[in-house]
Write a protein that binds this ligand. Structure first.
Ligand code: F6R
Ligand code: MG
Ligand code: MG
Length: 383
């Protein structure tokens, strides 16, 4: 049994929150190289925006202390680089002073899945910046449940029975497994609210194995204070009874709206980009997603393919820019700005406290008030 672990953290941004400094990537890659053949079967370092991701294969299973500790140590080292270079928000996602047990609740995000390697094992690794884990809900629904996206659901006998969706309720810390397609409407009722309900895992009923896994930690809830959106990662296994590579990429041809962008507090379009363009600048956005394609073999990752470096996603990018203009024109108004409860940080409590004595009731029970004097009418003919 092989485990694929994608563990990521924002340990400092170059410049502002826009990207990872090459020196941080170098330090992380060196650490991964020295663990290869020992703790890890294989490993690579990737990034999207200001988030550094370790893409690793190993044989120790999900949620393993040694692997999580290794990632934590690497992020300590990249934080050190960020401090040395005066990068922005050094150590941003490392919420605890010391590692204990596993990374749950400690800040870094991780998506992990166990797999029995097939003779050919195509896996897509998606990395996003300036958004939140619920951003995977819509594409996962399309990949694994929407026949308009994935004809394999109809015509591939290994997909026809459907998939199980494991959904996390991030507010109540509970989970629910729904059986698709029969519980499709129930699923959509929940995951249409991606700030709270997040698809954590998709399991193939035919294969009896995990087909997709996402990171679901929500930093703002973990920390109880603003620490940035927990930019998510996801792994999707493809082909032979699972969505074809093209079916797994197709949902991103639509630049759907997600929460994130500036100050983690705005709706903006999800833009699929090549790795070279994964540096959100305009309005700290638009949120973007890169996809690294791996042909896993004997546990080795091989050379990644940059899946969105493809002109067939140009229209999605152009549309995302148009949608960004449209949202931006709303300025501080919803639906560009998130509803009050979903904003990552807000001055509302302080402003509300300051103005609390100035609110007056105006309903039918309200005491009659003396109307404020009106300004005197202008004198006719004056001027
Ligand atoms: C969004 C994000 C950025 C920051 C913004 C302000 O997830 O990370 O948009 O929120 O640049 O950053 P601070 O408060 O660090 O100045
Ligand atoms: Mg950052
Ligand atoms: Mg980020």
């Amino acid at each position: 049994m092989l485990t694929l672990s994608i563990i990521k953290a924002d340990t400092g941004g170059w410049v502002g929150h826009s990207s990872v400094h090459p020196r941080m990537t170098e330090v992380a890659q060196r650490a991964v190289d020295s663990a290869r053949g020992d703790l890890l079967v294989d490993g690579q370092v990737a990034s999207c925006g200001d988030d550094l991701a370790l893409v690793m294969t190993h044989e120790r299973g999900c949620d393993t202390e040694a692997v999580h500790r290794f990632a934590w140590d690497v992020f300590q080292q990249t934080t050190g680089v960020a401090r040395d270079l005066g990068l922005y928000g050094a150590g941003q996602d490392l919420l605890s002073d010391a590692f204990s047990g596993n990374l749950r609740g400690m800040g870094p995000g991780y998506a992990e899945l166990d797999l029995t390697e097939r003779p050919s094992e195509p896996v897509l690794v998606f990395l996003a910046d300036k958004t939140e884990p619920g951003a995977w809900n819509l594409p996962l629904y399309k990949m694994f449940a929407d026949p308009f996206n994935t004809p394999g659901l109809i015509i591939d006998p290994h997909m026809h029975d459907g998939f199980l969706f494991e959904v996390y309720d991030l507010f109540e810390e509970r989970r629910l497994v729904l059986d698709l397609p029969s519980e499709l409407y129930d699923l959509l009722l929940f995951i249409g609210a991606p700030a709270r309900y997040v698809v954590h895992r998709v399991v193939s009923k035919t294969l009896g194995e995990t087909a997709a896994a996402t990171s679901t930690q929500r930093l703002s809830l973990i920390a109880g204070r603003y620490v940035g959106k927990d930019d998510p990662v996801m792994a999707v296994r493809c082909q032979s009874g699972l969505p074809a590579v093209g079916e797994a990429l197709e949902p991103f041809s639509f630049p759907y709206a997600v929460a994130g962008a500036m100050r983690g507090s705005h709706h903006a379009p999800m833009m699929p980009v090549a790795a070279a363009d994964a540096h959100p600048t305009r309005f700290d956005g638009p949120p973007r997603v890169v996809c690294l394609g791996y042909q896993v073999h004997d546990g080795q990752l091989g050379m990644p393919r940059d899946m969105f470096a493809d002109p067939s996603f140009d229209r999605a990018r152009a549309r995302a820019n148009e949608v960004m203009d449209y949202f931006r024109a709303h300025g501080p108004f919803e639906p560009h700005r998130l509803p009050l409860d979903d904003m990552e940080y807000t001055t509302m409590p302080a402003v509300a406290a300051r103005l609390t004595d100035r609110w007056e009731p105006f309903g039918p029970e309200a005491p009659a008030t003396v109307p404020a004097p009106l300004p005197a009418p202008a004198t006719a003919g004056a001027g």
